[in-house]
Design a binder for this molecule. Sequence first.
Ligand code: ASP
Length: 714
Amino acid sequence: MRFIFVFWIFLLITTLFAEEGMFPLSEINKINMKQAGFEISSTEIFNTEAPSLSDAIVKLGGCTGSFISDEGLILTNHHCAFRAVQQASSPEHDYLKDGFLAGNRSEEIEAKGYTVRITQSYSDVSARVLSHLDTVKNFARRTQIIKKRIKEIVKQAEAAHPGMRAEVSEMFTGQSYVLFLYTYLKDVRMVYVPPRSIGEFGGDIDNWEWPRHNGDFSILRAYVGPDGKPADYAKENIPYHPKKYLRVNPQGVDENDFVFLLGYPGRTYRHRTASFIRYQESVRMPFVVDWYQWQIRTMLEMGKDNRAVALKYSSTIKSLANTEKNYRGKLQGLKRINLIAKKQQEETVIQQFIQENLQRSKQYGNVLSEINRIYREQENTAQHDLILSYLTRSVNAVSLARTLYKSVQERAKADLERESPYMDRNWQSTQKRTLRRLDNFYAPGDKTILMELLRRAAALPSTQRIAVLDRIFSLDQPESVWQAKVEQAYAESELFGKSFVRNAFNWTQEEVEESTDPFIKWVVALEPELKELKKQNEERSGALNALSARWAEVKRMYQKTAFIPDANGTFRLTYGHIRGYSPADAVYHFPQTTVRGILQKNTGAEPFNAPDRLLRLIGEKDFGFLASKKLGTLPVGILYDTDTTGGNSGSPVMDAKGRLVGLNFDRSFEATINDFAWNESYSRSIGVDIRYILWVIQKYAGADYLLEEMGVQR
Ligand code: ASP
């Protein structure tokens, strides 16, 4: 009896609490593995001496992926492979709509522009980055020095490790910096992609929601040159043999089971102040939501009766919609948990703690008020700054002309003085990326977007006018006047041809400045204002960088705890359990979905239009060894309380033994706020159950050879 009681207490402790924290490599060996629920040791996860699970995890663009065979097969999300599928699709070969299966290796299609990044090692370089910076009082200068030192460290590291790429990541703002060494594989191919109506079943309506019923997965393969070294796409390349690949557990997991994820979460902002959150909540996110909604509506309208245009816009729409809904979730969540008030309370207490002691008060007394002042300043010019920055991002013609102009200016400098995309180590890929963007260029759409931004610039209050736009386009005149200028520019410009751009990359600064191309002329005229904006941002971020470091220092003193650094695109581990939650009063969500839900949700109309064959196969109930005994049918989605964010898409979900049981792809609506604050009661991540993935591959795609390659035991 006593034993049972103790056992229950133990179970309660181990199953009740998930932990906040995306643990970086340096923290993994500090986790109490057994108590957390692992049945493997930390060295089986990361080990510099022998292959470990981390060797199977890759960064794939903005997502994560994992090796699932000895022959370089990679499992990631459908939405992560989406751009590659779109690039390969045409109205005749519509792989987005119909899916794609390579019958054998020679049929695999290049995933254009995709790279696979594998983490090799890490080391702390904070002392080198920060040495003697205290004496530098000018914040813009401070930012420049930090950037330059980082570039020097990277250059040295790459020289010492030929073939590898080095990157220095800021772990704690202004405080700690880590040098990572990476291998990049550059030949990635599509192997299996389900039709969009499976991969994205439920579309935007279901995105960021639970319960989910989509098979958000795709399978790619990484190749290397015949000598085994990373190489660009070439027919004669051979499959990459990873040091480690993940083993599948086709039994999957059930409610309350322990799971953990490895991956490359993008960005979180948990250590920021209330004033930062206020800027996000009242200024930046509402602006972005509104701007993205407008663009999505416009692009959908343009592609409505034209599949070629719809295909061109499909990736952009998808990523805009993803962010737009995420921000709506965050805005709602911020209100619900009243984060600003909570942060302010915490800040008041810490401020009191500072004031209690003379020394502390001298050292930290004005840190918070300075941070707050900067965010207030930022709010005052936000509309001006945001419109100007989206002009160079949302309008392709402007963005292209700007890249050209910047490239000639930056390339004329010494390598280490240049902005990162124009440094020798990145220049080739910057050119390729720029040219690839032209594949999706659609002049009528681009023109419409530019006109709308001009309309918004014309409506700015006098304190935030963008003088140079007023001047170039005569925004004080009736709209027809600027419309005529815009029409003429798109009719005249040669900028949208690849050979023109390729040539222009070799121009001199004078040639660019004397160009008669209207967009290049505009960008040259815009440059002083953009430079001013950049300088102002550098000053602000330099000041915030130094101030945030000091704020974190005193916060840590007060709380007497160590923090986990915010996500920053570097390797992380997070763990938790398969667990339901209550998003609203009287509502409880169970943490597993099944194929029954596909039948219930299916209407036949997009985005709830599962393929007929899938519906028939579900009806036949031939789930074999993949059926869940507990659920009595085939599971589809899983929900768990790990700590994830954007970039964890494609992260493998593993059981206590480190076997693959699912594929992470999303969070619940309430958990979009994770980026600002994580909470055990509402932070839930969403994955596809491995059993659904295997079943789709086997029964729907008929690709038994892939299961064999993955070594799936029946
Ligand atoms: N859907 C996200 C991604 O694309 C995952 C997340 O934000 O939870 O990375």
